[in-house]
Design a protein around this ligand. Structure first.
Ligand code: AR6
Length: 172
């Protein structure tokens, strides 16, 4: 198993080759982590995103990180909006993580930091999203040096930490 870690913090402060943005299909800045990433990267990011939009749910696009000096690339992944659980949300969430990792691999990137896709404005229940996200990161970790899940708030941090610990124990 490669290296997967849960960290508490602001993803715009994390040093990694790529950070992942929880984007929308139009790749517009919006709020949440996306707003923070766009503020840190500067207006060039929105210009670059415009050229790559739309990005259907479950897919990802890659751009430079522009003024964000802690990373070289930003990978914009579009997770699903929670609609009650019967609209293929789990498959789409999995696909969003996998699409981001596939882009990282094709660009030869070794360290990638993710936010908790879909569990903010898009309303995906944290307890259901965390095992999906971490299962995929663990499955794909051998292709990378380090995969980080960066939790902005305490509840997200505790949930992901607990799930990772359980999964680590289960696989030993
Ligand atoms: N660093 C790390 N995580 C953060 C940060 C940060 N600086 N800020 C917020 N989070 P959200 P979504 C956490 O809403 O649910 C935007 O408008 C946040 O606490 O950013 O996928 C986009 O443009 C939560 O745990 O993304 C889309 O329209 C997690 O990041 C839409 O929101 C994801 O919350 C996407 O919604």
């Amino acid at each position: 198993m490669g290296n997967v870690e849960v960290r508490r913090g602001d993803i715009t402060q994390i040093v990694a080759e790529a950070i992942v943005n929880a984007a929308n299909e139009m790749l517009l800045p919006g709020g949440g982590v996306s707003g923070a990433i766009h503020r840190a990267a500067g207006p060039e990011l929105a210009e670059a995103c415009k050229l790559l939009a739309p990005c259907p749910t479950g897919e990802a696009r890659i751009t430079p990180a522009f003024r964000l000096s802690s990373a070289q690339y930003i990978i914009h992944a579009v997770g699903p909006r929670w609609q009650g659980g019967r609209a293929n949300e789990a498959q789409l969430l999995e696909k969003a993580y996998r699409s981001a990792l596939a882009l990282a691999r094709t660009h030869g990137l070794r360290t990638v930091a993710f936010p908790s896709l879909s569990t903010g404005i898009y309303g995906y229940p944290l307890e259901e999203a965390a095992p999906i996200a971490l299962r995929i990161l663990l499955e794909e970790a051998s292709s990378f040096d380090l995969l980080l899940l960066v939790a902005f708030d305490e509840k997200t941090y505790l949930t992901y930490s607990k799930v990772l610990q359980e999964m680590g124990t289960a696989s030993r």
